[in-house]
Structures are given as structure tokens and as C-alpha cells.
Design a protein around this ligand. Structure first.
Ligand code: SAH
Length: 485
């Protein structure tokens, strides 16, 4: 008989980067991989062998535990190297022990590979250490989902009397009952409690409250499995330790870079592009208008990229005074070998004081929705303004934006980098019939803007603004946010 082997491998709580090196290696070597429905598809990148989903969602047939055991045995007996990938750690409420026993009984070699368990990681990723000096010196993990008629049911009274932190897995559907039993067993309804949904996933959520109100709060937030209940004073630490979730509303092309920056500043970015840029054809008198201007101003790196596509523009600009609004724009120009000047403040006032006496005719090469606020200020100061729209800013209709609008309470911070991001977010919410819930979430969240025109637009839209940095850049906005959150 050929001898196969089965590895029972822990996949961690959900983020593929929290898999172990050994798990990754075994997956790439496996002939067959059996996995559960909830696993992130990125975990299976690099799998060359057969993939079997044993946890197809309810409705379509889900394999029973016996079915899974049988399949593992069958595949191993054919001489395969089999990886049975399981959420979290295989032996913590994962039925890994049962699978190992069934295989051993058939004389099949089996090896377990531990994984990062959600029992510790999910609270941890939401800013809750399960133990903490002076607050909790023990933690208990229990199941919140007991099979009816089980021989040795969980003694909730005893669990309630245990000190320390209590972590309840598989408890979403019985949350109210479980919490009730803990209170009946003597735990104060005032005890801090939290639910962590999808810990380590991109759409992780945290709901905090007390034992007395957590069930109601969770049902209002429509918390679904997988989620973990944490009970104990350690929950309070999440106020300081939870990473704040920030909605990144910039155009798609800037999402990755902005998300990385937000992460570097300690935030959890939620990518939700609100706008998209649609390029416009350049006018035939472009060169003529460049020549007629004394100085040419760019307001974004995108604008620089688009303008440079036309022949002769770079050369024509070499002889002009060039103004860059913001460091990214300046860097894009420098990349084309063009030196530019930046106003000290990225606003019409800043631009005006910079141009004072140096330039009487300015040409803007920017978005069609460029702020009138900027040009009007300059005209007021006696400067002639020409404006060539390079691109149109339109609503993105990106699915990620719709996700955000459906669960706006899942973010703590909305970061607006332009007036059009603000308009687009509200416009899409209106289209989806969800404007009221979005407005509620905005009222409860921290609203940050990159600069004055964006702040003015939000005010016009009836949204309160909390944070505006002193320098008008995305990075300065993140710094300002970190100071307050
Ligand atoms: N072996 C797994 C637990 C399996 S039981 C482990 O070690 O993590 C399944 C339960 O785990 C779910 O009902 C839920 O309570 C919890 N769970 C698993 N992944 C989770 C996650 N990413 N966030 C929150 N809870 C999770």
C-alpha cells in the first residue's frame, strides 16, 4: 500500500500573512488540499495540487465531519500528501483532534501544524490583550454553541465565577442566552464586553459595551459569524490600543500608495475609492495658451502626467515659471526635469502671496472640477486666469465604495482629499438609498479634510469637519489624525 500522509494545518484567523511558514510550504508541496469555505482565497496561492472545498455554504452540500474524515482517509490511502487546512489552530474547537484520531485508527501518518488561534488573535487585532498585568492574569476560552442534549454541557455558572478574561467562540447565534447565563451566574452586567467580527480580515469590526448591553448592540450592528465575544476589564484597553480604521476615498490609482501611508501611521486603511479620473483630449491651442501665460500651475501629479503626453509641452514649460500645488506635484514635475515653485500654503491665499508681483497671467492645467475658489481669489487680486481642464473627476462606482456605504459604521475616520470625493460619496449613498445611514455614520465618526476648499464643500453638504492639517497634504492629515486618535 502506498503511504500518504495528512497534515492538519492551522491557517490563522484570516489574514493570509498570519499563516506560518510551514503552512505555506506544505500547501505548495501538497497533492491535495482540503479547506473550509471561510478561508481567504489568497491563502491558496501557490497550491499546485487538487483543491477541495469541504465547507461549501449551506444549501449546496456541505460535507459532514464523517464525510471529511472519509475523504481524508481515501486521499491519503492513494499515497497523496494531503493538507487539511483549518481556520485558526486545528486543535482549538477545530475538530482537528477527531480528524487526527480517525486517521490514526486507519494507520495513516498524521502531523499537526499549529496555527495562530482566533481566540487570542481576534481580540488582539481589535486592541484587546487577553491578559494584562494588573487587569487579568488568566483567560478562559469556551464554546458558545453547545450541541443540544450534549452529555457534559458547559457549566455557565462556574464559568461566570472564574475571574480573568472570558473568550467565547462560536457564540453569535446564542449570544443573548450566553450573556444571560453569565449574568445569572453572578457576573456584573456592568462588566466590559466586546464582539470582534472577522478578526484579521479586511472588514474586521469591533463592537464594545457591557455584558448588559452587548447582545443588543451586536444585533443592531448585524454582527455575523465568525465573531468572538470577549468579557472582562481588558476590553477597556481597546480604546487606546485598537487601530483606527480610516476610509481612503482617493482615486483608484492612488489607493495602494495612500493605504500604505495610512498603515505606516498606525491606521487600518479601508480602501474605498470614491472618484475616478477620466482624461479629456487636450485642446489644439494648448501650446499657444502656454506661451501666452507668464506662469503655469499644476495642482496634481495626475495633471502633470497627462499634460506631458502632448508633444512640445515639456519644452514650452522649460521657459516658464511653474507652480506646483503640493509636494507630490512638485516631485512629478521634477521627474520630467522641470523645476517648480511651491506656495508655502496650498490655498488661493498662499498662491496669491507667492505670485505677488511675479506673474500677471497664470494658466491652470488641472481637473475640470478644479476649485473655483482658487481662481476667484487670484482674479480678485488682479491676476488674469486661464484654465485648461485635463481630466474629469467622476463617481467611481467601485464595489469597495458600495461596501463602505453599506457598512459605514465599520470605519472610525473618513479622510476627504478633495471636494469631489465628498460629493461622490454622498451621491453614491443617495443612489443606493443609504444617505441617511451614511450621514449618521459621518456624524459619529472623525471627519478629516486635506484643506480649506474640501472643508467648505463638506460644510455646504451639511457634514461636520473635525480635522484639517496645517499643511494641506495627505500625510499631514494623517499626522494630525494621529495626534487626536
Ligand atoms: N480553530 C479555530 C476556531 C474554530 S471555531 C481557531 O483556532 O481560531 C470557529 C469560531 O472561531 C467562530 O465561530 C468564531 O467564534 C471564531 N473565529 C474564527 N475565526 C475568527 C475571526 N477571524 N474573527 C473572529 N472570530 C473568529
Amino acid at each position: 500500500m502506498a503511504c500518504g500522509k495528512v497534515y492538519l494545518v492551522g491557517a490563522g484567523p484570516g489574514d493570509p500573512e498570519l499563516m506560518t511558514l510551514k503552512a505555506k510550504r506544505l500547501l505548495s508541496e501538497a497533492d491535495v488540499v482540503l479547506f473550509d469555505r471561510l478561508l481567504d482565497p489568497r491563502m491558496l496561492e501557490g497550491v499546485k495540487g487538487e483543491r477541495i472545498d469541504v465547507g461549501k455554504s449551506a444549501g449546496s452540500h456541505k460535507l459532514s465531519q464523517e464525510g471529511i474524515n472519509r475523504l481524508l482517509i481515501e486521499k491519503a490511502l492513494k499515497g497523496n500528501m494531503v493538507v487539511r487546512l483549518k481556520g485558526g489552530d486545528p486543535y482549538l474547537f477545530g475538530r482537528g483532534g477527531e480528524e487526527a484520531l480517525a486517521l490514526r485508527e486507519r494507520g495513516i501518518a498524521v502531523e499537526v501544524v499549529p496555527g495562530v488561534t482566533s481566540a487570542v488573535a481576534a481580540p488582539e487585532l481589535a486592541g484587546i490583550p487577553v491578559t494584562h498585568r494588573g487587569i487579568a492574569s488568566a483567560f478562559t476560552v469556551v464554546t458558545g454553541h453547545e450541541e443540544p442534549g450534549k452529555d457534559s454541557p458547559l457549566d455557565w455558572g462556574a464559568v461566570a465565577r472564574l475571574g480573568g478574561t472570558l473568550v467565547v467562540l462560536m457564540g453569535v447565534s446564542r449570544l443573548e442566552k450566553n450573556v444571560g447565563q453569565l449574568i445569572a451566574g453572578g457576573r456584573s452586567p456592568e462588566t466590559p464586553a466586546a464582539i470582534v467580527e472577522k478578526g484579521g480580515w479586511a472588514d474586521q469590526r469591533l463592537v464594545t459595551g457591557t455584558l448588559g448591553d452587548i447582545a443588543e448592540k451586536a444585533s443592531r450592528a448585524k454582527i455575523e459569524s465568525p465573531a468572538i465575544l470577549v468579557v472582562g476589564d481588558v476590553v477597556r484597553l481597546s480604546e487606546q490600543l485598537a487601530r483606527k480604521r480610516i476610509a481612503i476615498l482617493r482615486p483608484e490609482a492612488q489607493q495602494e500608495e495612500s493605504a500604505a501611508l495610512a498603515e505606516a501611521y498606525g491606521f487600518l486603511p479601508v480602501q474605498s475609492p470614491a472618484i475616478a479620473l477620466v482624461e479629456r483630449p487636450l485642446p489644439s491651442d494648448l501650446m499657444h495658451r502656454i506661451m501666452a501665460a507668464e506662469c503655469v500651475a499644476f495642482t496634481s501629479a495626475n495633471g502633470v502626467k497627462m499634460a506631458m503626453k502632448a508633444e512640445g509641452v515639456r519644452l514650452g514649460l522649460e521657459k516658464k515659471m511653474i507652480v506646483a500645488i503640493g509636494p507630490k506635484t512638485e516631485a512629478a514635475l521634477a521627474g520630467c526635469g522641470l523645476r517648480s515653485e511651491k506656495p508655502e500654503e496650498y490655498s488661493s491665499e498662499g498662491l496669491e502671496s507667492m505670485l505677488n508681483g511675479k506673474c500677471k497671467r497664470i494658466l491652470f492645467l488641472r481637473s475640470a472640477q478644479g476649485s473655483q475658489y482658487l481662481s476667484e481669489g487670484l482674479r480678485h487680486g488682479g491676476i488674469e486666469v486661464d484654465d485648461i481642464p485635463l481630466y474629469e473627476v467622476v463617481l467611481s462606482r467601485n464595489a469597495l465604495l458600495d461596501d463602505l456605504i453599506r457598512h459605514p459604521e465599520a470605519v472610525d475616520i473618513f479622510a476627504f482629499t478633495s471636494s469631489s470625493t465628498a460629493r461622490s460619496l454622498l451621491e453614491r449613498a443617495r443612489e443606493l438609498g443609504l444617505e441617511d445611514s451614511l450621514r449618521n455614520a459621518l456624524a459619529g465618526a472623525t471627519v478629516a479634510v486635506i484643506g480649506r476648499p474640501t472643508a467648505a464643500e463638506l460644510e455646504r453638504l451639511g457634514v461636520r469637519v473635525d480635522i484639517m492639517p496645517e499643511t494641506f497634504t495627505f500625510e499631514a492629515m494623517l499626522r494630525a489624525l494621529r495626534r487626536v486618535s
